[in-house]
Ligand binder design. Structure first.
Ligand SMILES: [Zn+2]
Ligand SMILES: [Zn+2]
Length: 293
């Protein structure tokens, strides 16, 4: 398996000279394996590049599976610019968390109303099939897949892909469970629930060959972003050390973070880990980077 990053930025696209190294497109990844259908994770602005690449260089790859972590703007905004949607002969299966008030199809259709975009969903040429997911196991081609609820202000799923003994996990827009009642509730019951919820995520990522993990904030920044649904670099390192993950990619970079600042943060973490007995490979996700798993 190979995982390629087409968009690594959180919240909003950030083009410009200060983000050239890591990239400014919002969340989008592609999982490939020679005999498997195309798997795309999230449709941030990075998905435009995948569409152009598929159409121009891989015209035989007509089966696409697109999995949404959730429907916040930075994870769906590239969808109308995904070229295969407009070409007959493509089959696109779209997956995302079930919403009880609106269907996934309805949510995605809304951003293609004439008010916002000149082409309607009814005019798309590809064959599109929707799949609404809870926590479950399923398969795509030869991949064994699983979805897991994350802690975010809207229903959000993490995904695990396994094939031939290797595993990759995509886990973005997640904040570790914590006592949101603060000092008003220090009871054992709340503590047990939090521990159980965090433990379930630990089980989900345990032993992964590659974990792509939301690490938007530093510890200092997190203090003013409690409840926003994102993790810190420290949360990520703690999770990785606890679960035996082999490689970890820090993901969903803060839109205010300049390249030099992000490099300093990551170099600091790597230095810290070099001194630790449990040596693990941690790196910052960069647009255009491709990882062999
Ligand atoms: Zn996001
Ligand atoms: Zn989000």
């Amino acid at each position: 398996m190979k995982l390629r990053f087409w968009g690594v930025r959180g919240s909003v696209p950030t083009p410009g000279p200060d983000t050239v190294y890591f990239g400014g497109n919002t969340s989008c990844l592609q999982l490939t394996d020679s005999d498997e259908p195309v798997v795309v994770l999230d449709a941030g602005t990075g998905i435009r590049g995948i569409g152009l690449d598929l159409v121009s260089k891989h015209p035989d790859k007509k089966e696409i599976h697109l999995l949404f972590s959730h429907t916040h703007w930075d994870h769906i905004q590239g969808l109308p610019f995904f070229a295969p949607l407009y070409i007959p002969g493509y089959s696109i299966d779209i997956y995302g968390p079930v919403h009880y008030e609106k269907s996934l199809e309805e949510i995605l259709d809304r951003q293609m109303e004439y008010t916002y975009f000149p082409v309607r969903v009814a005019e798309l040429q590809a064959k599109i099939t929707y799949h609404e997911l809870k926590e479950e196991d399923f398969s795509i081609g030869g991949y064994n897949c699983a979805s897991k609820y994350l802690n975010h202000p809207v229903l959000c799923l993490g995904y695990r892909f396994k094939k031939e003994g290797k595993s990759v996990i995509y886990c973005t827009d997640h904040e570790p469970y914590y006592n949101y009642l603060g000092e008003d509730d220090t009871g054992e019951e709340m503590g047990a629930i939090i521990e159980e919820q965090n433990g379930r995520l630990e089980d989900f990522v345990r032993g992964a060959d590659l974990l792509v993990m939301d690490s938007q904030y530093t510890e200092g920044e997190y203090r003013s972003h409690l409840g926003w649904g994102h993790s810190t670099t420290k949360h990520t390192i703690d999770l990785v050390l606890k679960t035996g993950v082999k490689r970890c990619s820090l993901f969903h970079h803060d839109p205010d973070r300049k390249d030099d600042d992000e490099k300093k943060i990551i170099e600091g973490l790597q230095k810290h880990l070099d001194e630790s007995p449990d040596l693990i490979d941690i790196f910052g996700a960069r647009e255009g980077m491709e990882i062999d798993i």
